[in-house]
Design a protein around this ligand. Sequence first.
Ligand code: EPU
Length: 421
Amino acid sequence: MDKIIVNGPCKLKGEVTISGAKNAAVAILPATLLVEGKCHLENVPNISDIRAFIKILESLGSKIEYISEHEMIIDNSNIHTTTAPYDLTSKFRASYYLLGALLGKYGTAQISLPGGCNIGARPIDQHIKAFECLGSHIEVKRGNVYADAKKLKASSIFFDVVTVGATINAILAATLAEGTTTIENCAKEPHVVDVANFLNSVGAKIKGAGTDVIKVTGVERLTQTSSYAVIPDQIEAGTFMVAAAATQGDVLIKNCIPKHMEPITAKLVEAGAIVEEFEDSIHISMTKQPKPINVKTMPYPGFPTDMQPQIAVFLTKAKGSSLIVESIWESRFQYTSELVKMGANISYHDRTAMITGVDELYGSPVKSYDLRAGAAMIIAGLIAHGKTEIYEIQHIERGYENIVSKFKALGADIEYGSIEE
Ligand code: EPU
């Protein structure tokens, strides 16, 4: 399908069940390369980034057996190459986890420089630093990254910036290395903790995940004794929370971890939403226009950059002016031009956007600049008057499972459409 068509406005009402976390699953899949024999995973989201990752694993020699749509057994007993195919790895960012996993297990890895959403420069210097600290030789040449180590040895790694990817990659590479590695200035995102929990469940010795300092004591081998379920997706849950509040709806978000949602919940409550937390669900409703709020994206437990475009849409109808400061990705305001087409009053300079609420947004053809901006365009379509057509939806499909049917079940007038030649 080529585009998503939304006829607004609507008030979302009902229940939605959140899928497994993309950013945990894209790290746990390569982490299975470290494990002897088979790995049984549950709650794996059926999204295009995961399907692409599975193709990469199969090209290395993994055998994947699907038990159901979200449950699979991965057998990595016959890996025959540590070179991942250029065309697949160059398309998405998370392919960098193959470096840590293959290097950790086989002492060598080759991937293309990782691609991903166009939201700013996406350096991998901190990943390289971590691998070099552990005794690996790294070469970046003609669009490829080559990693080699006779034997990885424990070390101390201190990150210059808080980075999710390099924190996870350092853990992957250190899990089978000799000795205890100390990683400092670590990312604390829920998916970092989930990867460590998965590895510990198969015999790794990782302490401190979720804090600034992680210690990894190398073990000789990893084996799985019981299946592992990926955590629910924090950003998918947040996207539905914001959509519910923006449409002044009333929605129960099932299969989420309320603790992970706190930075988002706090901002929505500040703007006037009513949020009730249960053990693994959140009820959100809103009956009035949002109050303006200021938001600064920060590493967890700060407000996630991956929720920035969605909250911006919510604030387009606030009673006054809000400021958003994007402190992670320098090019993450490009999508605001699409909202301006719909009647929003937004201007930005450098890393700060000012949004002054307007009475109405109007449906318009818009494009998805990236995964999260694409989801934000759907929310904009839900609150706008008339027809919004969202193009370049391949970005959205990378990270949201059944997004159209989930919104439809909440009462949205939304469907896929084809682009006429
Ligand atoms: N950075 C460096 N050097 C590095 C690595 C990162 O300077 O070697 C900088 C980046 O430029 C950025 C900051 O550190 O300014 C944080 O980057 P991080 O490494 O945390 O990002 P990432 O691992 O590439 C993951 C998510 C992103 C999410 C960021 C921040 C995955 C696959 N991707 O990216 O998710 O925005 O963390 O939370 O986990 C998304 O899902 O839409 C998405 C873009």
